[in-house]
Design a protein around this ligand. Structure first.
Ligand code: A3P
Length: 297
């Protein structure tokens, strides 16, 4: 969040999140019906929260009455370390009706054992690192009380990013942790990319629904429910809602979670040399893993 970072279990996290992360590891007991949305910040967390919530609750609220129309997605899906364990060491989460949905930025290896060992499902979304950094950079600027000279700081922030020294970083370790878990058990971990959702959202809404065992019936498909959910959760719709233009989530402005919502905006802010540096990192760190991004050149 722009504050001091500390390395814990091989991952960089904001100092203020260290205690909540440790409490999450110690006390969170996953149920088999839980759905865990895992991301690095700025990979599409807000979008994934909205989609998962809308899919699961589609028979509880009519889509045009969805709580997402007057609540920020971060308010309807709590984050383990930002919300659930922020103020209490061992909060009572039992009363939340199943299926419970939680999000987290915790890396795969640092997750509470019960998440890995139970039958609960994990959905991971990642994003090409150049857009990820660009989005993170703008988010930090937007939530800073003082605005610094962008050019000077972007270089320093970028250098830290490339060294893995950023929230939930190193990015390659975070991605590979979930990627390998997905390769190991694709029923347990669904691995998504932001760019793929931008390319074909209806396909992915269907895919997410099937993965969490809330598939759409033929009748629903005919009624256009998938398209309605896709529209409800779209950047255009969510970013224009009053609730997302005002208010705060945790210590951040709701509006800062909705900036541009595009693929490739890094080209407007980063130099070709910066892209080259990230590409070299990707080449060496992801080599042989099968994970790749088309959108980095
Ligand atoms: P940009 O800064 O590139 O616009 P997170 O939700 O993980 O914090 O990520 C925020 C990024 O996702 C921002 O990217 C934001 O604009 C984008 N975003 C938020 N809601 C979205 C949506 N419904 N559809 C697509 N992108 C979305």
């Amino acid at each position: 969040d722009g504050g001091q970072l500390v390395k814990y279990d091989g991952i960089w996290c904001a100092t203020r999140l260290l205690r909540p992360i440790i409490s999450t590891q110690k006390y969170f007991k996953a149920k088999d019906t839980d759905i865990i949305l895992s991301t690095m910040p700025k990979s599409g967390t807000t979008w994934l929260k909205a989609l998962a919530f809308a899919i699961i609750n589609r028979n509880i609220h009519e889509i045009d009455q969805s709580p997402l129309l007057n609540s920020n997605p971060h308010a309807v899906v709590p984050a383990l370390e930002f919300d659930a364990y922020r103020d209490q060491e061992n909060p009572d989460l039992e009363h939340i009706p199943s299926p419970r949905i939680f999000s987290t930025h915790i890396s795969y290896n640092t997750l509470p054992d019960s998440i890995r060992e139970s039958e609960c499902k994990i959905i991971y979304i990642c994003r090409n690192p150049l857009d990820l950094f660009n989005s993170l950079w703008h988010f930090l600027l937007d939530n800073k009380s003082e605005k610094y000279a962008e050019r000077i700081l972007i270089d320093k922030a970028f250098d830290m990013f490339c060294k893995g020294n950023h929230h939930s970083g190193p990015f390659w370790d975070h991605m590979l942790g979930y990627w390998n878990a997905h390769l190991n058990d694709s029923q347990k971990v669904l691995f998504l990319k932001y760019e793929d959702l931008k390319e074909d959202i209806t396909f992915h809404v269907k895919r997410i629904a099937e993965f969490i065992e809330f598939p759409f019936s033929l009748e629903e498909e005919k009624q256009g429910v998938i398209e309605k959910i896709s529209r409800l959760c779209s950047f255009e719709n969510l970013s224009n809602l009053e609730i997302n233009k005002t208010g705060n989530s945790d210590i951040f402005k709701n509006s800062s979670f909705f900036r541009k919502g595009e693929v490739g905006d890094w080209k407007n802010h980063l130099t070709p040399e910066m892209a080259e540096r990230v590409n070299k990192i990707l080449e060496s760190k992801l080599e042989g893993s099968g994970l790749m991004f088309k959108t980095c050149n």
